[in-house]
Ligand binder design. Structure first.
Ligand code: FCB
Length: 454
C-alpha cells in the first residue's frame, strides 16, 4: 500500500490524556475535590481501591512529559482541565495556582511547537456541584458556561482547538445509568435528564465561545459501529436500538436538532418530552467533531440485557484487549464514513484510539508491546483508508501518552505509548511509541506493512 503524501503536512499527530487520570495531587495548591476524587476514595468503587492521588504525578512533572512528547515527535497534545483546580467550589472564586498550572503547560507545549487541544470536561465534576445535583440540576449548563469563559479568556490567545465535553455517553451510561463510574448513580429516570443537561451545557459553552473566542470549538464523542449478529428482524431492531443509544443519542440533537426515536422505546416511561426550544439551542454549529474509537459491537436481541435488550456477541478467534474489547480496525473506517455521510463534511479528528494489553515483563529500556504496536498500525491504516474514501480527517490522537489511572479499573490496564513505573515514576517509551514516532517522521510511509515489523 502506498502511503506517501497521503497525510497532509498539517495533519495533527497527537496523543491524549485527561486530568484525573495523570495529574495526581488532586487537592494541591487550593484545588477542590472532584466527583472522581470522592468516588475513588469510596471503598469498593475501584479495582484494588486505586485512586488518582498520585497517578503519573504529571502535576509535578509536566515539563518532563512535554519533553517526552517532543521526543515522540508529536505536533499536537490533547489534555483536559480539572474544573475544581480552577474553581474549587465549581462556581465563584477562581484559584489562581490551578489556572496557572494549565497556563504553564500550554506555554511549554507551544515552546516545543506542540499544538494544544484542550478538553474542558473529562468527567471530573467539582464535588461541590454534585452536591447540588450535578448534571441533573438544570443550572448545570450555566455553571459550565461560567467556568469555560474563564478558560477562554485566559487561554484563547494560545489555544486554537477547544473541546466542550469528552464522551457524554460515558458520563451518563457509567455515571447515572449503571453506576460504575462517578457519581455512581443507577437510575433509568435520571439518565435522560443528565444527557439533556450535558447537551445544553455543551451548547452554552459553544455560544459563549462565539462571543469570546477566535479559534475552533467542537465536541468529542465515543462511537462504536453496531453490526447485527444475524439477518433476523429482531437482531436488526436490536442493532438500531444500540446504534441510537450509543452513536446517535448525542450527535443527532447536536447536528440534526432531534433525539433518535428509538430512545423513547428504550427508556419507556422514563423518557421525558424535552422543550423544542432546548433542541434548537443544542444545535449550535461546530468547527469540528472528535471521535474516540476503540471497538465495535456485534449485536443480538437479548431480553435479559437492561435496558437495551441488545447483547454483545463475542467473536471467536478475534483478538481482545485486556479490557475485553474486540480489536476491529475496519470499524474505524466504517464509523468515520458513517459520520461524514450522516452529519456532513465537517473536519474530524480521531481524538482517542488505543488498547490496553498486558505488556511482557520489561528488560531495562526495552519496552516491547507487539500487540499495541500492531493495533496502532492497523488503526492508522484504517484512518488512512477513511481519508482515501474522502473523509475530512485532520488528525489522530493516540490514547494514551502514558500508562495511567483507567477509572474504575485502576492502574492494571496499561494504554500508554510510554510505560510508567508507578514506584519510581520513570517513563520508558514502548516499542509502540517508537513506531508511532517513525510513522510521524515519515508522514505515514512507515505504515507500509513490510516496514511495520508486525
Ligand atoms: C475513554 C476515555 C478515556 C480512557 C479511554 C480508555 O472512554 O475517554 O479517558 O479511559 O476510554
Amino acid at each position: 500500500m502506498s502511503t506517501e503524501l497521503l497525510f497532509p503536512a498539517d495533519f495533527l499527530w497527537g496523543a491524549a490524556t485527561s486530568a484525573y487520570q495523570i495529574e495526581g495531587a488532586p487537592l494541591a495548591d487550593g484545588a477542590g475535590p472532584s466527583i472522581w476524587h470522592e468516588f475513588a476514595h469510596t471503598p469498593g468503587r475501584t479495582r484494588n481501591g486505586d485512586t488518582g492521588d498520585i497517578a503519573c504525578d504529571h502535576y509535578h512533572r509536566c515539563r518532563e512529559d512535554v519533553a517526552l512528547m517532543a521526543e515522540l515527535g508529536l505536533n499536537a497534545y490533547r489534555f483536559s482541565i480539572s474544573w475544581s483546580r480552577v474553581l474549587p467550589e465549581g462556581r465563584g472564586r477562581v484559584n489562581p495556582p490551578g489556572l496557572g498550572f494549565y497556563e504553564r503547560l500550554v506555554d511549554a507545549l507551544l515552546e516545543q511547537g506542540i499544538q494544544p487541544m484542550l478538553t474542558l470536561y473529562h468527567w471530573d465534576l467539582p464535588a461541590a456541584l454534585d452536591r447540588l445535583g450535578g448534571w441533573l440540576n438544570p443550572d448545570s449548563a450555566d455553571w459550565f458556561a461560567d467556568y469555560v469563559q474563564i478558560l477562554f479568556r485566559a487561554l484563547d490567545d494560545r489555544v486554537q482547538l477547544w473541546v466542550t465535553l469528552n464522551e457524554p455517553w460515558v458520563v451518563v451510561d457509567g455515571g447515572y445509568l449503571h453506576g460504575v463510574l462517578a457519581p455512581g448513580q443507577r437510575n433509568l429516570f435520571a439518565a435522560p435528564h443528565a444527557s439533556h443537561h450535558l447537551l445544553r451545557a455543551h451548547a452554552a459553552a459553544v455560544q459563549a465561545y462565539r462571543a469570546i473566542g477566535r479559534h475552533q470549538i467542537g465536541l468529542v464523542v465515543n462511537l462504536e459501529p453496531k453490526y447485527p449478529a444475524t439477518a433476523s428482524a429482531e437482531d436488526f431492531a436490536a442493532t438500531l436500538r444500540a446504534d441510537a443509544y450509543w452513536n446517535r443519542q448525542y450527535l443527532d440533537p447536536v447536528f440534526l436538532g432531534a433525539y433518535p426515536p428509538e430512545l423513547a422505546e428504550i427508556f419507556g416511561a422514563a423518557w421525558p418530552t424535552f422543550p423544542a426550544a432546548d433542541l434548537d439551542f443544542i444545535r449550535q454549529p461546530l468547527d469540528f467533531l472528535g471521535v474516540n474509537y476503540y471497538s465495535r459491537q456485534v449485536v443480538r436481541h437479548d431480553p435479559q440485557d437492561w435496558p437495551l435488550q441488545a447483547a454483545r456477541i463475542r467473536q471467536p478467534r478475534h483478538t481482545y484487549t485486556s479490557l475485553d474489547w474486540e480489536v476491529y480496525p475496519q470499524g474505524l473506517t466504517d464509523i468515520l464514513e458513517w459520520v461524514a455521510q450522516r452529519y456532513g463534511p465537517l473536519p474530524l479528528y480521531i481524538t482517542e484510539n488505543g488498547a490496553a494489553f498486558y505488556d511482557p515483563p520489561q528488560a531495562d529500556d526495552l519496552a516491547d508491546d507487539p500487540l499495541r504496536q500492531r493495533y496502532l498500525r492497523d488503526h492508522l491504516q484504517a484512518a488512512l483508508a477513511a481519508r482515501q474514501k474522502g473523509v475530512n480527517l485532520r488528525g489522530y490522537f493516540a490514547w494514551s501518552l502514558l500508562d495511567n489511572f483507567e477509572w474504575a479499573h485502576g492502574y492494571a490496564p496499561r494504554f500508554g505509548l510510554t510505560h510508567v513505573d508507578y514506584a519510581t515514576q520513570r517513563r520508558t517509551i514502548k516499542a509502540s511509541g517508537r513506531f508511532y514516532a517513525k510513522v510521524i517522521r515519515s508522514q505515514g510511509a512507515a505504515l507500509r506493512v513490510d516496514d511495520a515489523g508486525a
